[in-house]
Design a protein. Structure first.
Length: 350
């Protein structure tokens, strides 16, 4: 059975192996041991009672049949509080000429800290052999079920960054047209520097003035707000949850950032706490994502269950055991699995 749990320090080697398969451009999962140790320590603290304003709740998907970590997902709080979190905001500009009796519309990119203090969902990755219907959705929605149990720890503004377009040479058209003019480094070097050293170099060298989109190359203009092919399924999942794009894009590759209000996220709104009853004779009724409603020892599975006339969830004993329920608490949080003709799990988000 697959289940989701908080990461542990002992997961370091497995996560380094996963990072090697993620590919370039996913800044939240660099192939850097020191960066992973910082992330794992932050996550360990976040799941404790000592969580601060800026935390990383890092979750892993484990296959109980072999003990392997096969996927990841995470929540990051206090975005931009310790270090600036920069994006470009696309802004339409209209100018009129009375002498020529004409109107001209253009667009600019403005350096902003739009998401300061927000909560970010990201680091969604799944090994190819586990990209089966419902598994990617399981990773994505685990974050919202965790947030529903501890709303006081998360901002009302929730955002996600999608990886943008890069060409066959792993170059970003936007970076080639813009960032490379101010930084003496290739796209991937810039991404790695951001992931391991933070945004100080952006603060120091990126121009603060608006940049006219018309001055960029056609290739760069066409990538603004466009996710790459691997991120497109993740964007569809986010949109189903109620996330929208308001023109904020990534500095490096122009990928879209989307946002939603915490209380408006579909999974959070539709989830509910129910008492669980063990049974050994359960027909295949409805399928749910089920969490144990515990922050410190969070567990989430996908399983069939049946709501009885008392509003209780009938669940097989093996599923209850996998949830690691506390003997003093028989409540779980559930939400129905979204059914889709394109139920694909091959999604990645930065």
């Amino acid at each position: 059975m697959l289940f989701i749990r908080p990461s542990k320090l002992s997961d370091l080697d497995a996560l380094l192996l996963l990072s090697a398969q993620v590919g370039d451009g996913m800044t939240s999962m660099p192939t850097c041991k020191a960066s992973w140790m910082r992330k794992l320590h932050s996550s360990q603290q976040a799941f404790s009672d000592q969580a601060g304003a800026h935390n990383c709740y890092f979750l892993v998907l484990e296959d109980s049949t072999n003990g392997k970590i096969v996927g990841t997902t995470a929540i990051y709080t206090g975005l931009g509080l310790e270090q600036p979190f920069y994006s470009y905001q696309r802004k339409a500009i209209t100018r009129q000429s009375n002498s020529l009796k004409t109107t001209h519309s253009s667009e600019s990119l403005n350096l902003v800290e739009h998401f300061k203090g927000a909560t970010e969902v990201g680091s969604l990755f799944l090994l190819p052999q586990y990209r089966l219907p419902g598994v990617g959705q399981m990773l994505a929605r685990a974050r919202y079920l965790l947030m529903a149990d501890a709303k006081e720890r998360f901002s009302q503004q929730v955002m996600a960054e999608l990886r943008g377009v890069v060409n066959d040479d792993n170059k970003s058209p936007l970076w080639e047209a813009l960032g490379s003019k101010f930084f003496d480094m290739e796209f991937q070097e810039a991404v790695n520097t951001m992931a391991t050293q933070g945004p100080t170099f952006i603060t120091e060298l990126m121009p603060k003035q608006p940049i006219y989109v018309e001055l960029l190359s056609k290739a760069a203009r066409e990538t603004l707000s466009v996710p790459n092919s691997q991120s497109a399924p993740a964007l569809r999942m986010l949109e189903k949850e109620g996330f929208t794009h308001s023109g904020v894009v990534d500095l490096f590759d122009g990928g879209p950032s989307v946002e939603a209000q915490l209380d408006d996220i579909k999974t959070i709104k539709e989830s509910k706490l129910v008492s669980v009853i063990a049974t050994e004779d359960l027909p295949a009724f409805d399928e749910y994502y089920i969490s144990n409603a515990s922050l410190a020892d969070f567990r989430l599975i996908k399983a069939y269950g049946l709501i009885n006339h008392k509003g209780e969830l009938l669940l097989e004993s093996k599923a209850i055991e996998q949830l690691a329920l506390d003997s003093s608490n028989s409540q779980v949080r559930i939400v129905s699995v979204m059914k889709s003709k394109q139920a694909s799990a091959d999604s990645q988000a930065a």
